[in-house]
Design a protein around this ligand. Structure first.
Ligand SMILES: Cc1cc2nc3c(=O)[nH]c(=O)nc-3n(C[C@H](O)[C@H](O)[C@H](O)COP(=O)(O)O)c2cc1C
Ligand code: SF4
Length: 643
């Protein structure tokens, strides 16, 4: 029996039964749909991988019911019958895996990425998407009501087991519900009854066109977390109405574009951050209720069900990071789950930049159709990976999976390279989860991991590798600025400070307003230091996802940290700095420490030794060129595939 007995108990939802309590929440992944809106092999294999991984229910995200409501370009277009055949083929391909498969129906309203936006009232979205939407006329509202019903009917004809209506996250239906987006004075605005009318009408239209035996769930917000938005009290009232109207389940989420709590929170938000909202709604109804929000371990998912806070647990990003999450949990191998680190970079940040969704820790997202027939390497080789950072460990893991005999050496006593240090500042600890995953996985695959082991000529001779991958990472670059060598400030790099080699004083200048500089500022401020950040770029922490940056910027709003951007540093002084912003000069003095957290330069130690020994060497990750974690991991995996 599974350690998670509540999680792996079947659940009746309307007329269907799900084999367990895990639901893959709808994610508009922005790939696998052709120009005509038909789904292709890329999307099909993405879903097969998740269904095979054991999830009980899953949803296709972002099914657009009407051209005016297409949120992102590459999402399923459900507004004509031409969409049915390709959906039918996808449903048939997923069928063998005993997973209840549904589609989320949505209309983006004012949060759509095109200029034909419509909404209950002509009020722009509070953030992210620009442009004033056109106010819907009563006739257009009726057209959209029917569009929801027709799209649902098409999903049923395609063979899906259920649908979910997207009434959350600030999209069209939520815009009708929320006073800040709905200023209508007709039957669709004003009172609670009027604001819920659009939803109740389209719900009835769907039931009329699909039949009462077709399960229709709804995603609603428990809280918009924005001024004059939709809140928990009204969500509970609506839940009762929806139950009476025949809803199969309710899925309680939160947030809109521009809200104080983000719908897709980064690593700074607590695990299970929206569970309390589902719990409150569950108290008002007896149909199944799903909880969501940074639930990334089977332990927490089990606890939510066991404690009766919800009947279903929705996993979004956890299933991007590891489609096998449910199967691994079920067979007692939770420690083998590849963890989502809450960076938001490969997934939602990419999608909102209109790129295909992916995952920083799992480069296989969106490439399942390319990787599904991956076989063992034709010739197993002896491979040496130099450097046990993310690129090196990702490469070693894939190489071992393909049957190579792999040794990884790192001169440091711990794995992870600089990412270990990046995980030290407050709220950043989850970055280390992926390192721990890799290290444990290398152990399971009999990779010979030698920490505290610099590569020497003798070692190369003893190991006699046939191929080498150089993943020795990068180190901070020192700037060329007047006064830098003469200042009496205690000068250190961000690496030396986080590594504990240099103890900063009470008043610290940080040169660099990227990710490293800002998380260090937070770290030092939390330790009671006063910090001034000088950012020579125009924007702060551009390499973070906007969701992650949002939380970090909020944390830095206290009075211990002062941020300057667009800075031209004129010179470092004995105890301070003189700089200009837009031509206006400022001199700051009275500091004791200067920390450099700006550019990085590649470290390529051991390259010569390997080349001299005649071992073919490939550079990966920061050793090739300092870049992102996402590229480090994907490049590591790709290099291992070509060995
Ligand atoms: C790339 C991406 C796309 C998303 N698209 C949708 C969507 O189309 N509909 C929706 O209701 N939620 C969408 N979400 C939100 C997720 O369903 C989920 O509520 C959110 O990621 C929080 O859950 P998690 O912490 O388990 O990821 C999306 C999330 C991501 C990461
Ligand atoms: S990109 Fe980051 S937040 Fe998104 S699923 Fe992957 S690890 Fe999680």
């Amino acid at each position: 029996m599974s350690a998670y007995s509540h999680l792996f108990t079947p659940l009746r939802i309307g007329t269907m039964t799900a084999k367990n309590r895990l639901l893959m929440s709808a994610m508009s992944i922005n790939f696998g749909v052709d120009a005509a809106g038909r789904v292709n092999d890329q999307l099909v294999e993405y879903f097969i991988a998740r269904a095979r991984g054991g999830v009980g229910m899953m949803l296709v995200g972002g099914g657009a019911v009407h051209p005016t409501g297409l949120e992102l370009p590459d999402l399923p277009k459900l507004w004509d019958d031409g969409c049915i055949p390709s959906l039918q083929a996808m449903v048939a391909a997923v069928r063998p895996y005993d997973c209840r498969f549904g589609v989320q129906l949505m209309h983006g309203g004012r949060q759509s990425y095109h200029d034909q936006k419509v909404a209950p009232s002509p009020i722009p979205a509070p953030a992210v998407v620009k442009g004033v939407p056109r106010e819907l006329t009563p006739e257009q509202i009726q057209e959209l009501v029917a569009a929801f019903g027709d799209a649902a009917r098409r999903c049923r004809e395609a063979g899906f087991d259920f649908i979910e209506i997207h009434a959350a996250h600030g999209y069209l239906i939520n815009q009708f519900l929320a006073p800040n987006a709905n200023r209508r004075t007709d039957a669709y605005g004003g009172s609670f009854e009027n604001r819920t009318r659009f939803l109740m009408e389209l719900f009835r239209d769907i039931r009329g066109k699909c039949g009462e035996d077709f399960p229709v769930g709804l995603r609603i917000n428990g809280e918009d977390y924005i001024d004059n938005g939709w809140g928990l009290e009204e969500a509970c009232r609506l839940a009762v109405l929806l139950e009476r109207a025949g809803a199969a389940y309710l899925h309680v989420s939160a947030g809109v574009y521009g809200s104080r709590q983000l719908t897709i929170p980064s690593m700074y938000a607590p695990h299970g951050c929206f569970v309390h909202l589902a719990e409150a709604v569950k108290r008002c109804v007896s149909i199944p209720v799903a909880a969501v929000g940074r639930i990334k371990t089977p332990e927490l998912a089990e606890e939510v069900i066991r404690e009766g806070k919800a009947d279903l647990v929705a996993l979004g990003r956890a299933l991007l990071a590891d489609p096998e999450f449910p199967a691994k949990a079920r067979r007692g191998a939770a420690a083998e789950i590849r963890p989502c680190i809450g960076c938001c970079l490969g997934c939602i940040h990419a999608v909102l930049a209109l790129e295909p969704g992916g995952c920083v820790v799992n480069p296989g997202v969106g490439r399942e159709y390319l990787l599904k027939d991956e076989a063992a390497a034709p010739v197993p080789r002896k491979v040496l990976v130099v450097g046990a950072g993310p690129a090196g460990m990702a490469a070693a893991r894939t190489a071992a999976l393909r049957g190579h005999r792999v040794t990884v050496c790192d001169r440091r006593p711990h794995s992870g390279g600089l990412l270990r240090l990046a995980a030290i500042p407050p709220g950043r600890g989850e970055l280390a989860d992926i390192l721990d995953f890799f290290e444990a996985d290398l152990g399971r695959r009999q990779v010979d991991l030698r920490l505290g082991t610099p590569v020497t000529g003798e070692l190369i001779a003893a190991l006699a590798p046939e191929r080498a991958l150089l993943a020795t990472g990068s180190l901070p670059e020192l700037p060329v600025i007047k006064g830098f060598s003469q200042t009496r400030l205690n000068v250190a790099t961000v690496v030396e400070v986080l590594d504990g080699e240099v103890a900063p004083g009470e008043r610290v200048l940080i040169l660099g307003g990227g990710q490293a500089g800002l998380v260090l500022a937070d770290h030092l401020a939390c330790a009671g230091r006063r910090v001034v950040v000088l950012n020579r770029r125009r924007h702060f922490a551009e390499e973070l996802s906007s969701n992650d940056r949002f939380y970090l910027r909020e944390r830095l709003k206290g009075d211990r940290v002062t941020l300057h951007k667009g800075v031209a540093v004129r010179e470092f002084l004995p105890r301070g700095v003189r700089f200009a912003v837009d031509g206006v000069e400022t001199t700051l003095e009275g500091f004791d420490t200067l920390v450099v957290a700006e550019g990085m330069q590649a470290v390529r130690e051991a390259r010569r030794l390997l080349e001299t020994a005649g071992v073919p060497v490939e550079l990966i990750g920061d050793a090739r060129e300092p870049r992102s974690l996402m590229l480090a991991i994907s490049e590591g995996e790709e290099a291992a595939r070509s060995l």
